[in-house]
Design a protein around this ligand. Structure first.
Ligand SMILES: *Cc1c(COP(=O)(O)O)cnc(C)c1O
Length: 217
């Protein structure tokens, strides 16, 4: 089923929208099936779990960090991932930049937006984004490549739309601002139950787990 699900989704996604397979808690065997079906971008939530999987599956596909990244895992994350989608603090930016300098590499980062302005959730508040981006200018190893949002947990999928809309507005604001961010082009939003809405609201990357692997673990 994994193969069929990946192929169906790849065929259905409009041009300009990439599939990220959210593979937390899935086995390397399941992930390999998705790779064989044509998936090329994978998202992991936990650094240690990702480390084990990347050791087995290698770097022929892209690995994105999509979970909250603790500062004591920044060093390892900088080694492992191609993109950190959950950059949410300047302290984390500083640690990633430092580690990338030591590794002589650059890393893509998406800024996570706390689009629901929820105190218990991580992410940069919408009204702080432009200052946050300005403050990142000192970190030359970070390529600011997009925005990511989860949005609040909602009961009906349609209720998430305003949060996607807001994040898209921020995305356009950054693109149109005078700040020079050559690689700023990704808008990562939408999960299995909300990705069609996210695409309508301008997502360039959707993060799908259950609709590929099924909801049973
Ligand atoms: C698990 C996860 C997803 C995928 O969620 P599904 O409902 O399984 O599609 C997307 N984004 C993040 C950050 C996740 O942790």
């Amino acid at each position: 089923m994994i193969r069929e699900n990946v192929q169906k989704i790849l065929n259905a996604l409009p041009a300009g929208v990439q599939l990220l397979v959210a593979s937390k808690s899935r086995t390397t065997g399941q992930i390999q099936e998705a790779i064989d079906a044509g998936a090329r971008v994978f998202g992991e939530n936990y650094v240690k779990e990702a480390q084990g999987k990347i050791a087995v599956l290698g770097k022929t596909v892209q690995w994105h960090c999509i979970g909250h990244l603790q500062k004591n895992k920044a060093k390892l994350a900088a080694r492992l991932f191609d993109t950190i989608e959950t950059l949410d603090s300047l302290e984390l930016a500083k640690l990633l930049d430092k580690e990338c300098a030591a590794l002589d590499k650059k890393i893509k980062v998406f800024i996570e937006i706390n689009s629901g302005r929820e105190a218990q959730k991580s992410g940069v508040y919408p009204d702080q984004l432009m200052d946050f981006i300005a403050a990142l200018r000192g970190y030359s190893r970070l390529k600011v490549a997009g925005l990511m949002t989860m949005g609040p947990a909602t009961t009906g999928a349609e209720e998430i739309r305003p949060y996607f809309k807001l994040t898209r507005e921020l995305f356009l604001k950054v693109r149109n601002a005078s700040v020079q961010l050559d690689e700023f082009r990704e808008l990562s939003m939408g999960m299995s139950d909300s990705y069609t809405i996210a695409i309508e609201e301008g997502a360039t990357m959707v993060r799908l787990g259950n609709s590929i692997f099924g909801s049973g673990r």
